[in-house]
Design a protein. Structure first.
Length: 364
């Protein structure tokens, strides 16, 4: 239900770059969501690392399953805050389109390799994908998404996403975009913890002292659950539910106190209006610090990250020397986009498995 005055609607949207006829059965933002789901970059998220390299275990999250979980949380928050649920879903589904193979380690490697031509940042690349690299229409490049969907991608932020300010994008995210940001943060912290416990990189005893975990454990009565799988799952789902409820209640209050009446006012507001309470924020920050220390920086994951960096450097160097090894679609972009940027575009679209295979072939 979309009843808040600050919700984005077609009537107050800045629209598309290229005018299109109105569809008889689908709204403009429904078409955005559907274009994202049907694009090649979205399909390839299935083969891209979330935390654990894809193919090691079918139970770990991938970038695709992560994006679906973010969308589920985002829809719940949007519905209960009275804003555009479909726009929120579209941003959530597309927010990680720009991630290269091997997650943040792949991003760091590509950023270093392309330093001379502007570097690589996955939010900017997500926008490049939907505006330029995807090309399903005969009359223009890109998916021709609505401005507010594109704004949500360009301004996506989290503790691990710090998009650079762009003069062409003076707005902050709409409320729908802010919901996508917080839904992403809730999702990855909860499911990364679950996957870390599954991988035995984290033991329950290590979680003692984390306020967020303690509160959820008491509420879920985890001490009475002996089954390892059930206890792990109930902890992650209990945390997700608790944080989502806190976000809804806290954001309702913040929006009321700020007297926001339009989406432009929300985008101009100096602080995020979709937020957690101070106690929940503090608890989530402690969990993030714990995951960084005990999981993301674990020697096993760091070794995988180092290997991924070597693969990307090998493949990047090889393709810059032999651009004819790229598909024709990319080769024809070299004249306008430059060799290094085109090679980066090609590699960034690869799945983990394909990237590794191409890199290994380069060394044989």
């Amino acid at each position: 239900m979309q009843d808040a005055p600050f919700a984005v609607r077609e009537s107050n949207s800045r629209g598309r770059r290229h005018n299109e006829p109105v569809h008889p059965y689908r709204s403009a933002f429904e078409r955005d969501r559907d274009r994202i789901i049907h694009c090649a970059a979205f399909r390839r998220l299935e083969g891209k690392t979330q935390v654990f390299t894809t193919g090691l275990n079918d139970h770990y999250r991938t970038r695709l399953t992560h994006s679906i979980e973010v969308a589920q949380i985002g829809r719940t928050l949007a519905r209960n805050l009275g804003v555009n649920e479909i726009l929120t879903e579209a941003i959530c589904l597309a927010h990680d389109l720009g991630h290269p193979p091997f997650g943040h380690s792949g991003e760091a490697a590509l950023n270093e390799l392309t330093a001379a031509c502007g570097g690589f940042e996955h939010n900017r690349h997500a926008l490049r994908i939907v505006d330029f690299l995807e090309h399903p229409y005969p009359d223009f490049a890109g998916l021709n998404l609505m401005f507010e969907t594109r704004l949500g991608l360009m301004k996506h932020s989290s503790p691990y996403d710090r998009p650079a300010e762009q003069g062409d994008w003076p707005y902050r995210p709409t409320i729908e975009g802010q919901i996508a940001d917080l839904a992403d943060r809730i999702a990855y912290n909860c499911h990364d913890l679950e996957d870390g416990i599954r991988a035995r990189l984290i033991e329950y005893e290590q979680l003692i002292g984390l306020d967020l975990v303690t509160q959820v454990a008491e509420r879920q009565r985890l001490d009475r659950i002996e089954d390892f799988v059930v206890r792990r799952t109930r902890l992650a789902k209990g945390m997700l539910d608790w944080l989502a409820i806190d976000a809804i209640e806290t954001s309702r209050t913040a929006l009321a106190q700020a007297s926001i009446e339009t989406w432009q006012q929300a985008a101009d507001y100096p602080d995020a209006l979709v937020r957690l309470s101070p106690s929940a924020e503090a608890g989530l920050c402690r969990l993030e610090a714990f995951l960084m220390e005990r999981m993301y920086l674990h020697p096993d994951l760091q070794a995988s990250a180092a290997q991924a960096g070597r693969w990307l450097r090998t493949l990047f160097t090889s393709l810059c020397r032999r651009p004819e090894a790229m598909p024709r679609y990319y080769r024809v972009l070299i004249d306008t986009e430059g060799l290094e940027r085109t090679v980066c575009d090609y590699i960034a679209g690869m799945t983990d498995r394909y990237c590794a295979a191409r890199a290994k072939a380069c060394r044989e």
